[in-house]
Every structure is written in C-alpha cells, then in structure tokens.
Write a protein that binds this ligand. Sequence first.
Ligand SMILES: Cc1cc2nc3c(=O)[nH]c(=O)nc-3n(C[C@H](O)[C@H](O)[C@H](O)COP(=O)(O)OP(=O)(O)OC[C@H]3O[C@@H](n4cnc5c(N)ncnc54)[C@H](O)[C@@H]3O)c2cc1C
Ligand code: FES
Length: 357
Amino acid sequence: MSQFHKLQVLEVRRETADAVVVSFDVPHNLYDTFNYQAGQYLTLRFQLGGEAVRRSYSLCSCPHLEEPLQIGVKRVEGGLVSNHINEELKAGDWVEVMPPDGKFFAEVQAENYKTYYLFAAGSGITPILSILRTVLTTEPRSYVHMLYGNRAQDSIMFKSELDALEAAHADRLILVHSLSRPNSSWSDLWTSEADKPYRTGRIDAEAVSWFINTYPPYAQNVEYFICGPGTMIDNTRQALKAIDVPDQRIFVESFGGDPIDTSATGVANAQLTAHLNGETIETNIPEGTTVLRALIQAGKEPPYSCEGGVCSSCRCKLTEGKVHMRNNLALDDKEVEQGYILSCQSIPLTEIVKVRY
Ligand SMILES: Cc1cc2nc3c(=O)[nH]c(=O)nc-3n(C[C@H](O)[C@H](O)[C@H](O)COP(=O)(O)OP(=O)(O)OC[C@H]3O[C@@H](n4cnc5c(N)ncnc54)[C@H](O)[C@@H]3O)c2cc1C
Ligand code: FES
C-alpha cells in the first residue's frame, strides 16, 4: 500500500484570483518514489477540523525537466481543502503526500511522430499542461493542438506560460482559448485580434468538431486527452465518437465534483465484515456512511485517495450483500459485473455487507 511522505512546500504562487501553484521539494532519497509520468496526480493529506482529509491534485510540472513537483489548485466554493491550500498554505510548511499515481498519462518517446489533441477546461489544465510541456520537450516531431476553456480572461490558469510555449513552438503548437463569459474584449490580453482571437462559448460537441475541422492533424497517429468537468468530458467524447475515434485513442481524467446519485438512502447500521491487510474486521455502518468511512471510523486504514469515485484506489470486492454506489467514474461495467465496488462511494442496501480488499 502506498505510504504518505512529508514534503516541504518550496513556494505557493498565486496564479489567478482563485488558484495557486504549489511547488514541493523532493529530497534525494525520495527521487525514485516521486518519479512520475506527465498527467499523473499526487494525493495530499491534511488534518483539518480534527479529521484527516485527502484530496488528489494533478501534477502540472514536467517530469523531464529539472524542476520541483508542482500542482495547481483552484478554489471550489465552500471546498475544505482547496480553500485551505489557497488561503493558508505557505512556503516552509510540510505536507503529507502520497507518491504519484493515475492512469491518465502520455507515453512520450523521442521518436514519436504524433498529433496530440488536448482538451482542457478550468483547473483541468493541470495534467494537460504537464503533457503539453513534456511532448514539446521530448518529442521533436510531434504536434499539439489544444483547446482550453475558461469562464473569462482572468480565470485562465498558466496564461503566461502558455503564451511562452506558443511563441517558442509556433510550428508545432496550436492553442485556442474558448471563453464562456469573456469579461471584456480580446484587447485585454492580446495586441491585435488577428494576432490571437479566442472563441466564445463552452467546450461542447460543436466546439470540438469545429476545432478538429479547422485544425486537422498533421501526423496521422493521433491521441486525444481530455480533462475538465463531467459535461465537458461527455461532450468532447461524444464529438470524438461522432468522427469514429476509437476508444483506445481517447484518454480522460475527471476531477469529480459532479452530482452524486442520492436516490438510495441505505440501510442504517448494517453489519460490515471486511477482509483488509490480512485482518478480518467486524463493524457497523452508521446511516448515510460509506463502507470506507465506516472502516476509518473503526480505526482501520483502508486504501483510498480521492474519495470522489474517480481514482479506484479504494476498490474492493463485494462478497455478500448489496450496496449503492453514489458515484462511479472509475470502474468499468465488467468490473461492476464481477462484484467490484468503490468503497468510498458505497452505502449498504442490505443488513449484512461483506467485502474483501
Ligand atoms: C485525479 C484527480 C486530480 C485532481 N486534480 C486537481 C487539480 O489539479 N487541481 C484542482 O484544483 N483540483 C483537482 N482535483 C479536485 C480536488 O481533488 C478536489 O476535489 C477539489 O479541490 C475540491 O476539494 P475541496 O476539499 O476544496 O472541496 P470539498 O469540501 O470536497 O467539496 C465542497 C463542494 O464542492 C464540490 N466539489 C468537490 N470537488 C469539486 C470539483 N473538482 N469541482 C467542482 N466542485 C467540486 C462538492 O460536491 C461539494 O459540494 C482533482 C481530483 C482528482 C480526483
Ligand atoms: S478513493 Fe478514489 S474512487 Fe474511492
């Protein structure tokens, strides 16, 4: 099971009014442990309000450059951890961090000759920026076509870094900004409209089709990476399916935060038996509590990271009883059929629930 390591914060840089970029120092003895691929995420643990809380944040740094690990954190309204990071975290603080993880990454190789389509919205830029910089740094023959959606000019994260990349790689990078509610005109950001127009509107199926038609691939070996809110992911995927892009060429990362399925209330005080780390645990699941939280409340240490139904690190097998998963962005139909559940999303529907990790 992955362990947390204490990393020291080198810098907290304000990126926009609602987002900061946090850099971590990785000591020499943890270099291998914190090795990562462009697109992967870290899981951070904080003690807040007397409770240990974990959240995942994608790395926005480039693994092929000599630079500290960096994450970009956008404030979520009323959000516990994102506001803590935006308001309280400072250079010199120590944070508990789990080594990089995640299946959303680009397998970069110097000899690749590909076109990468990158679709990002809001804070979904973080893993996309890492992939963008890594491809441009390590694959001299590859092209990147990127559509980046934000509400307005001043909510664009990494604007100056993106401008610099565009200037340095004008022959290989096409970047189009899409603003759903631009707060004034193009002249706030660019010197002439012809020089850098942006598109108005959200990233929906029509925007994706327009983008691909307007900027067709140079290299015919094409991969598509998508990161943003649920509707943006669904719309982008739908547009790609409409032009027959095969599933294995589409890579998706969700940050969670989408509405959960609260249609089932669950059974109060169900009896839980869990086989975990060679131990058999017997405990109750209080009403409205997930299998994962029941185990944590019983003083146990089940595996988990995002607690949002996204990462699947809390996956276990249901061996008896029934549960309702409030959210599932991680398990495919086959895994669900085989009895796997996300313990962080599962509330009991029967008096007895048995699981095996
Ligand atoms: C693999 C992965 C990578 C991630 N990478 C990043 C990243 O690079 N940058 C980043 O800023 N965030 C990222 N997130 C989201 C992050 O983990 C937290 O979910 C987010 O910061 C909100 O946490 P919170 O404690 O502030 O909010 P909470 O206290 O958990 O939630 C408060 C309210 O906000 C809603 N909410 C929770 N999460 C989101 C969300 N992501 N979007 C909108 N509403 C939400 C909840 O439904 C709730 O109503 C990532 C998530 C995952 C699973
Ligand atoms: S902890 Fe990430 S899906 Fe459950």
